[in-house]
Design a protein around this ligand. Structure first.
Ligand code: NIG
Length: 402
């Protein structure tokens, strides 16, 4: 197994439970794992050496919410929105039509290109969802293609009730034949619990069936207005509730309560509140109250929500900068949410699989060797120099990918 010493790191943010920030640091990668971290002056010898030139080093981004399986784009809808129209879930059907028209090869090529774009921007762990198929064969096709590219696949058959269907009949399809067809490719299930999509009762039915089939749970909730998504996510002990733009005090309290018995040893976690800053800007929704959530004791994640309707970007750097500049997070809080927070939202923040490290989103001995170097001496430059391409080098599972 070859080892690589990355030395002369200006600032290294571990993002582990101790949140260490090391100056003049070094890290050793051995195969797919990190085998050593510490002061550059104390670093052990390795087979190969890479001089970071004083650059900052962070864990690779963990993007825990994307919708990469789609064809077409929605430029016209975006333009109308910028001219004052509000976002409505109905736009999803435009993408469903375009996606159904794409061949398997076309769709796979589009998804692969988007994942490569994310990797080039420092994303080393990626979740993506189905949800632009909305019939049995198309959802299964989307999940099959996603599974070849993404680290984690989420079944989002309950994204919109397709034209011509009664909602209750469609819920039966989602929880029956569609779930069976998608199940071999997915680890998670999600539902768009919102006015215009699925009610809390319909969402509960979908999520319970998916949980019974062995899938972990996630919820799109409280995006377009106050609603029951957050409460449902906490009730069902979902790993994450995403968007969280419209929260009342009971929602924040419920999320905070879910973290009161967090016990990493026992693998007991609460429900992560996943904030999607690029989506909030593109839809002109009120920004998710990230700071308030943190202050209440809620664990948050930041994700790109790359999709053609509300957030056509894979740039986690942009999301982090927005969280700092617009949502009132410190750089450290925003970086943590985009690394460790994403890992928590995917239950990947600790442990090992039979065949390798399970822990991503933080830099610690034994964790997966997923890290990035910036063309800057500190992570602060992400927000201090917004919009600049600062990714210098990226390693995923110990292999240089950008
Ligand atoms: O997460 N909110 C629902 N789903 C996507 C948007 C889907 C679309 O408009 O195509 C989201 O924002």
């Amino acid at each position: 197994m070859t080892s690589l010493l990355i030395t002369n790191i200006g600032e290294l943010m571990t993002q582990d439970r101790e949140h260490r920030v090391l100056a003049d640091a070094a890290v050793v990668l051995e195969g797919e794992r990190i085998s050593w971290i510490g002061a550059a002056s104390a670093a052990p010898a390795a087979d190969e050496e890479y001089d970071a030139g004083g650059r900052a080093c962070l864990p690779g981004w963990v993007d825990s919410h994307t919708h990469l399986v789609f064809a077409g784009d929605r430029t016209a809808e975006f333009e109308a929105r910028m001219a004052g129209q509000s976002y409505a879930a109905g736009g999803i059907s435009v993408t469903v039509d375009a996606t159904r028209r794409a061949t398997d090869e076309e769709l796979a090529q589009l998804v692969t290109a988007r994942a490569a774009e994310a990797a080039a921007g420092g994303t080393t762990y990626l979740e993506t969802k189905t949800g632009y198929g909305l019939d049995v064969d198309e959802e299964a096709r989307g999940a099959r293609i996603a599974a070849k590219v993404a680290d984690e696949v989420t079944f989002l058959g309950a994204h919109l009730v397709p034209d011509g269907w009664a909602a209750d009949d469609y819920v039966q399809l989602v929880t029956g034949a569609m779930l069976s067809a998608v199940r071999p490719y997915a680890q998670w299930a999600d539902v768009f619990c919102e006015t215009g999509a699925f009610t809390p009762d319909q969402s509960r039915e979908v999520l319970r069936a998916c949980r019974d089939a062995g899938l972990g749970l996630r919820v799109h909730g409280n995006q377009l207005g106050p609603g029951g998504g957050v409460q449902l996510a906490v009730e069902l002990e979902a790993a994450s509730v995403d968007h969280v733009n419209y929260l009342g005090r009971p929602d924040v309290d419920a999320l905070a309560g879910s973290w009161s018995s967090w016990d990493s040893g026992a693998g007991r976690r609460g429900t992560v509140a996943t904030c999607l800053p690029a989506c909030d800007l593109s839809t002109r929704q009120p920004l998710a109250p990230a700071r308030k959530l943190l202050d209440a004791g809620v664990e948050i994640a930041i994700a790109s929500n790359c999709n053609p309707g509300t957030s056509y970007t894979t740039s986690m750097g942009f999301c982090v900068a927005t969280a700092v500049l617009q949502m009132g997070l410190t750089v450290h809080q925003a970086v943590r949410a985009a690394t460790f927070g994403g890992a928590l939202a995917l239950h990947r923040e600790q442990g090992n699989d039979d065949d390798g490290a399970r822990a991503v989103g933080s830099l610690a001995v034994g964790h997966r060797a997923d890290l990035q170097l910036f063309s800057a001496p500190s992570a602060t430059h992400l927000a201090y120099r917004p919009g600049m391409q600062l990714t210098h080098a990226v390693w995923r599972k110990g292999i240089r990918v950008a």
